[in-house]
Design a protein around this ligand. Structure first.
Ligand code: 1CP
Length: 398
């Protein structure tokens, strides 16, 4: 059973209400249908017979798989594909200074989003260049990135009184500008992905004020004062719905919720702090954007993956490299699109090991909608030649 499908039906009355309770006849206008077939016909005449995928300029293989189609070869993108393993990223970063300066420079952020697609034309997806910590920044925490150390957020939320925060929602606006700029330059076959962190993962940074070992501060709060953690998560969830909705309005085709630290919670806490919040976000988003797929990425969920897939209201699920692909295929709801799950270290290793690891992933997911991806972000020391090898194998069927 797909919860996502039921949630879609649940959203229908509000959809109709938005349209004044009636479906407008324009939705079924035969003239629109004729115009689009005519366009396809003319394009065929202009350029001769095109491969099927190119005939329909609106065909986005990655988006089609997120909506439940199977494609062979599968579409591919890589988590953290815009970043430090690319020399062109490092050059721009050195030129512009700090990481946040890059995110808030719309031209630079759009350029970085597009960099991996220029280098690897096989990529089917572009992911917006931003960061999950923009949400706490908009909620009112100060955010900085310390060279060589990582993010710093103040005041630390475990001590702060939530009502003392001063939200700065305008801090999200430049990100929507980046989305519009990228959208204008993307090929129609490329799926544009927006993203945010899931409330739990974002809270681990807000509470510790930085990346933390085993997310100890947030997990302690989960026992010491679960009501306070609930309030922090609710706040993040509300802003996240607005933020993702803004990205969708600006032009992304689908969104991913990164729950990089979901694996650190005990099962009952996972239900409350991960699944329930994700389901709430998915439901709210679907009411506003019923056709935009949501990918959930509960990294480290392990044995809780099945519950997440069935209960979190997401359309597709990202799998990390620790899950056995064959087990995942058996465990997850039939036909739910799966994204993953090559070990980023296999990509660093390259050669025959990489080839075997890629084959295992392709074979395990050949019977269901599958998006090829890594199990986590591409690492900084990944050789570009190995990424090229990966693209050749996935797209060339070697
Ligand atoms: O150049 C630099 O020094 C900055 C490195 C960097 C980059 C390239 C950071 C700092 N963030 C990003 C971009 C980013 N972050 C993207 C953009 C798209 C892309 O690169 O393809 C995305 C999707 C993220 C998501 C993100 N940020 C996550 C979730 C995914 C994951 O990798 O688990 C997390 C946990 C963060 C926090 C973060 N941002 C940056 C760092 C160094 C960290 C980790 C901090 C820590 O835990 O110690």
């Amino acid at each position: 059973m797909r919860l996502a499908g039921n949630a879609r039906f649940a959203a229908l009355p509000s959809l109709l209400a938005n349209r004044g309770g009636v479906l407008k006849p324009r939705d079924f206008d035969p003239i629109n249908i004729i115009i689009s077939s005519l366009n396809i016909y003319l394009r065929k005449k202009e350029v001769g017979a095109l491969p099927q995928s190119a005939v329909n300029s609106a065909d986005k293989p990655l988006l089609a798989v997120l909506k439940g189609e199977r494609r062979d070869p599968p579409p591919i993108w890589m988590m953290r594909q815009a970043g430090r393993y690319l020399p062109e990223y490092r050059a721009l970063r050195a030129d512009k200074g700090g990481f946040l300066d890059l995110v808030y420079d719309t031209d630079a952020a759009a350029e970085i989003t597009l960099q991996p697609l220029r280098r690897f034309p096989e990529l089917d997806g572009a992911i917006l260049f931003s960061d999950i910590l923009i949400v706490p920044f908009a909620i009112g925490q100060n955010l900085s990135f310390v060279a060589g150390e990582g993010p710093r957020l103040t005041p630390v939320m475990a001590d702060a009184r939530i009502r003392d925060l001063e939200p700065h929602m305008q801090r999200l606006q430049p990100i929507y500008e980046t989305v519009k700029r990228v959208k204008a330059e993307l090929s129609p076959q490329t799926t544009f992905l927006g993203f945010a962190g899931s409330p739990w993962t974002v809270a681990t940074y807000m509470i510790a004020g930085q990346g933390s070992r085993e997310q100890a501060e947030a997990r302690r709060l989960a026992y010491a004062d679960p009501g306070k953690l609930d309030a922090i998560l609710d706040l993040i969830a509300m802003v996240t719905v607005d933020y993702l909705s803004g990205q969708i309005d600006a032009g992304v085709d689908a969104v991913q919720l990164f729950d990089s630290w979901s694996g650190s919670l005990a099962p009952a806490q996972f239900e409350r702090f991960v699944i329930a919040r994700t389901a709430w976000i998915a439901d709210q988003l679907r009411q506003r954007h019923p056709d935009t797929p949501i990918i959930g990425f509960p990294r480290g969920a392990g044995g809780k993956l099945g519950a997440y897939a069935r209960e979190a209201g997401i359309d597709a699920i990202g799998i990390d490299e620790t899950a056995d692909p064959a087990w995942v295929h058996r465990e997850l709801p039939e036909n739910m699109p799966v994204q993953g799950n090559l070990d980023p270290l296999a990509l660093i290793a390259g050669g025959a090991e990489l080839h075997r690891a890629v084959r295992r992933v392709l074979d395990a997911f050949s019977e269901r909608p599958h998006i090829f991806n890594l199990g986590h972000g591409i690492q900084q020391d990944t050789p570009l030649a190995h990424v090229e090898e990966l693209m050749r194998q996935v797209k060339g069927g070697e």
